[in-house]
Design a protein around this ligand. Structure first.
Ligand SMILES: [Zn+2]
Length: 349
């Protein structure tokens, strides 16, 4: 694929020939020591760029110099891999990522969606520069997304960039496109799994959709426990489509199953105590009736995430109207039992 030249940019080949001299030492500061004839000012910015630095699509600074944005992890002098970068991925927002083709090809099942050819990949051993120069591969993803995909390809954590759930979701989609099977790279012990799961308390439905869309069951299960208070009736259609029928059914059944379990838990009234002179079986029917009324009210208004405090608030005030101490104790014991049983009802798909 040929790169579309932007008149405001230097020739990437020319830039690369300056960036990657054969004598380039890994610890050289290319910002200061490498001159770029067509690129007077070169700015290395974090990836994704901090918002205060402005869009990397603005190639010119105030003095008219051209600014090139380069990944802070995947730059020409990076030490993340012993060999020199031989390939450049260019994000849709014009950030350069310097990578080793052999590394990304080794992880891809489809030659990086056909953008790279194994036969053309240079040796993984340090050696003379290829006469053809480094390849530049334009990618449709923005830097924030491409950055995550490349971290996965190199087995690195991108947690320090604090990616949003939207970027993580787009990155997992891109991983599938570039032949990095999400199931292999998002297992419970991987950095990306932990990163997505850490977003679940803040954006549970987006995290669930991400996991569901790629059939990542081990990730969808812990995320689903954060969705007990999610109003399923207002689930947007695009998210429902992304989640798909199987995981949508699992989510609905989680909610319905918990509501049904709660109704069943509330049904039996407190145990009657042996009749006494002050409180016979007939007297105890008032507690049974009060329990039935309170449980009907609670079941009518119940939610899958009903807190224990709501159960206590519905039943414990009944004790104030009971003249019998044994009836009061029976009520308190029954409420405790319901709360314990409710806490044991499954909280995830
Ligand atoms: Zn009693």
């Amino acid at each position: 694929m040929e790169m579309v030249q932007d008149a405001s940019y230097p020739s990437p080949e020319a830039a690369m020939s300056s960036l990657l001299p054969s004598s380039l030492s890994p610890d050289i500061s290319f910002q200061e020591d490498v001159s770029l004839p067509l690129c007077p000012t070169m700015q290395q910015i974090p990836t994704p760029p901090p918002s205060e630095t402005g869009s990397p699509q603005s190639p010119d600074d105030a003095s008219g110099n051209t600014i090139v944005s380069i990944s802070t992890t995947f730059h020409p002098a990076s030490t993340i891999h012993p060999t020199r970068p031989d390939t450049i991925f260019l994000s849709s927002d014009s950030v350069f990522f310097y990578v080793q083709a052999a590394v990304v090809l080794a992880k891809s099942t489809n030659n990086w969606n056909g953008l790279l050819q194994p036969a053309a990949a240079p040796s993984t051993h340090p050696g003379p520069e290829s006469l053809d120069g480094p390849k530049i591969i334009p990618c449709p993803e923005p830097a924030a997304v491409l950055n995550i995909v490349l971290h996965v390809a190199y087995g690195l954590s991108c947690a320090s960039y604090k990616p949003t759930i939207d970027d993580l979701s787009a990155a997992v989609d891109a991983m599938a496109t570039y032949g990095l099977p999400p199931k292999e790279h998002i297992a419970p012990s991987t950095p990306l799994y932990a990163l997505i799961l850490s977003q679940a308390p803040i954006k549970p439905i987006a995290a669930y959709a991400l996991a569901a869309a790629h059939n990542l069951h081990s990730l969808a299960v812990p995320i689903s426990s954060h969705l007990l208070s999610y109003p399923l009736q207002s689930l947007p259609e695009d998210l429902a489509e992304k989640i798909g029928p199987l995981y949508l059914k699992r989510l609905f059944f989680l909610h319905l199953g918990r509501l049904d379990a709660l109704r069943r838990l509330l049904l039996p009234p407190p145990h009657p105590h042996p009749p006494t002179d002050q409180c016979g079986f007939a007297d105890q029917k008032s507690l049974t009736r009060a329990w039935a009324l309170a449980s009907a009210y609670l079941a009518w208004d119940s939610r899958p995430d009903l807190p224990a405090s709501a159960i206590e608030a519905a039943f414990l005030p009944l004790a104030d109207r009971l003249p019998c101490q044994l009836c009061k104790q029976s009520l308190v014991d029954r409420v405790k039992q319901v709360i314990v049983q409710w806490s044991m009802v499954k909280r995830s798909i």
